[in-house]
Design a protein around this ligand. Structure first.
Ligand code: GLC
Length: 565
């Protein structure tokens, strides 16, 4: 029998534990990662060129935010063609090269699927506009007649999640004002009609297309919104807001969305190893297991840590609750502190905590308020924020389950607040008249070197401006500094391999409200001091710490990993 190739070895699934259960997945926002062709926009060959960087970092997989053809009305989440690469970002052949380069290094690849809406540039939407009311082409989207004497009032007063109205009127082919279509997000993102079998069939084709190319898994964008039940007449926004999220809501988190995912699951399971999926579902936590269940998508994001302050009680509650949810679904839990939609965690933790609001989103709201002041008020504690971020990340990486990291957090990057209005790109900034500054500040291209036109990102001016202070965080600087955040991430990911044994933990009482200590099987302890008073190191060998422990204690805002046997 021929011996297995190194590639097969590297990607072999442990029979007892599928690869994704405790994987570290690194999110790449392709347009801001690395620009190989020097047009100011990151691209697929740019990712390939940094394959060694990803391997040295020690990630198990990368998740690529959309790289498909797009007019960029929403950073690529407005997809014009689901089975292609944006020509500005590369070609399908270059995608295959990237996949091969990552696979050769034992790194899996997860791609983003955006099924709630297409771009208005998508061939289907253009066809729907041309075909007119009552056509089969319009049935793929959610078109309705307007109301009022001349049908010039939207079919309902719904608001888009990016601000402004959620329905837009089209001009019919003969030039007359026509029907209205639903767009939960930007007007350039018309919602698809998931009651339409053609829509379902086309996404199944897309999943097969990427699976056949060798993609290992999928991140499903707004997975809780696809199916809708729109009665006639449509309810008002106020009526909708009063409805519970009980699986029967007309727009959100409907039980019947899992019929779609059951069909997808059958497709994933046709492959060996089965393709994976993770749901981006902003739903009440007791509904998360529905998405994470093996008969549905198999894993779901848990955004609870990302929405918490740097606070021992909040962190402990979140962990306990989510491990319980994971045991309910049979999936592993996911942990995330930063992504392309929120203020970076080094910055959130450098702002005074607001405390939990009724929706538990104090930390995220504080970041948004700070952005509105151009990053001046409250004053950002840069060093303290980074110190807490390093401690929180090591806490997260010590947990059982899979960890999702966002590009640039391994450099300890802060949010960029100082982007001039003319250079901003996020639709939420424009649609709220600047009330919501949007998400551009966490999407600024990475600094690779200390000088050069775009700090090594590429040879041209980056598509979002990099501040001068980015240079001090460049990969080039951090690689040679053993105390850097990059070195900490590399060391933590290398050690984590040995930490991820069983998917459980045991809390150890610390006698302090502001210190958490948990033990993993195999003699590993993780201790985080969320407070300011030093805490005595537990017995054992400190194998890694987020800040120095020279005085024999776990200092303020510090996590240590201790080997106890
Ligand atoms: C998800 C994405 C976000 C995007 C939205 C609409 O929440 O993470 O970036 O704007 O969906 O597709």
């Amino acid at each position: 029998m021929p011996s297995p190739s190194p590639l097969v070895d590297l990607l072999a699934d442990d029979v007892a534990a599928p690869w994704w259960r405790q994987a570290v997945v690194y999110q790449i926002y392709p347009r801001s990662f690395a620009d190989a062709d020097g047009d100011g926009l990151g691209d697929i060959p740019g990712v390939t060129s940094r394959a060694d960087y990803l391997a040295e970092l020690g990630v198990d997989a990368v998740w690529l935010s959309p790289f498909y053809p797009s007019a960029l009305a929403d950073g690529g989440y407005d997809v014009a063609d689901y089975r292609n690469v944006d020509p500005r970002l590369g070609t399908l052949a270059e995608f295959d090269e990237m996949l091969a380069a990552l696979h050769a290094r034992g790194i899996r690849v997860v791609v983003d699927i955006v099924p709630n809406h297409t771009s208005d540039d998508h061939a289907w939407f253009q066809e729907a506009l041309a075909a007119g009311p009552g056509s089969a082409a319009r049935e793929r989207y959610i078109f309705r007649d307007g109301t009022g004497p001349d049908a010039s009032t939207p079919p309902a007063d719904w608001e888009s999640l990016f601000g402004g109205p959620g329905w837009r009127q089209v001009t019919e082919a003969d030039g007359t004002p026509g029907q209205w279509y639903l767009h939960t997000f930007a007007p350039e993102q018309p919602d698809l009609n998931w009651d339409n079998p053609e829509v379902r069939a086309d996404f199944e084709k897309t999943l097969r297309f990427w699976s056949d190319r060798g993609v290992d898994g999928f991140r499903i964008d707004v997975a809780h919104m696809l199916t809708k039940d729109l009665p006639d007449p449509l309810p008002s926004q106020a009526e909708i807001d009063a409805l519970p999220f009980d699986g029967k809501h007309p727009l959100v988190d409907r039980d019947d969305v899992h019929e779609v995912y059951a069909a997808w699951r059958a497709i994933f399971d046709e492959y060996d190893p089965p393709r994976t999926a993770v749901a981006e579902a902003w739903v009440a936590s007791d509904r998360v297991p529905l998405y994470a269940s093996p008969s549905s998508l198999g894993q779901a994001f848990n955004f609870d840590l990302l929405q918490s302050d740097f606070d021992a009680a909040e962190f402990r509650d979140v962990v306990t609750h989510n491990l319980e949810l994971a045991s309910r679904s049979g999936s592993s839990s996911t942990w995330v502190l930063s992504n392309h939609d929120v203020v970076r965690h080094a910055t959130r933790y450098g702002l005074p905590p607001l405390g939990r609001d009724s929706r538990g989103r104090g930390a995220v709201k504080q970041g948004s308020a700070w952005l509105r002041t151009g990053g001046t008020d409250p004053e950002l504690d840069r060093e303290g924020g980074l110190r807490r971020a390093r401690a929180a990340t090591m806490f997260l990486l010590g947990l059982p389950g899979s960890a999702y990291l966002y590009q640039g957090e391994e450099l300890g990057l802060h949010e960029v607040a100082e982007i001039p209005a003319v250079e901003r790109q996020d639709p939420s900034f424009f649609r709220t008249g600047g009330d919501d500054m949007g998400r551009d500040g966490c999407r600024v291209p990475l600094p690779w070197t200390t000088d050069g036109e775009s700090l090594g990102f590429g040879s041209a001016h980056a598509h979002l401006p990099q501040p001068a202070w980015f240079a001090a965080s460049a990969v080039e600087v951090q690689e040679s500094d053993p105390q850097s955040t990059l070195s900490l991430y590399r060391a933590a990911l290398a050690l984590r391999e040995r930490l991820q044994t069983s998917e459980s933990l045991e809390w150890v009482e610390t006698g302090r409200d502001d210190v958490l200590h948990f033990r993993r099987e195999g003699g590993w302890s993780v201790v985080t001091n969320f407070g300011t008073e030093p805490f005595a190191l537990p017995a054992g060998d400190v194998v890694l710490s987020s800040s120095p422990t020279d005085d024999g204690s776990v200092g303020a805002a510090t996590t240590v990993w201790v080997r106890t046997i």
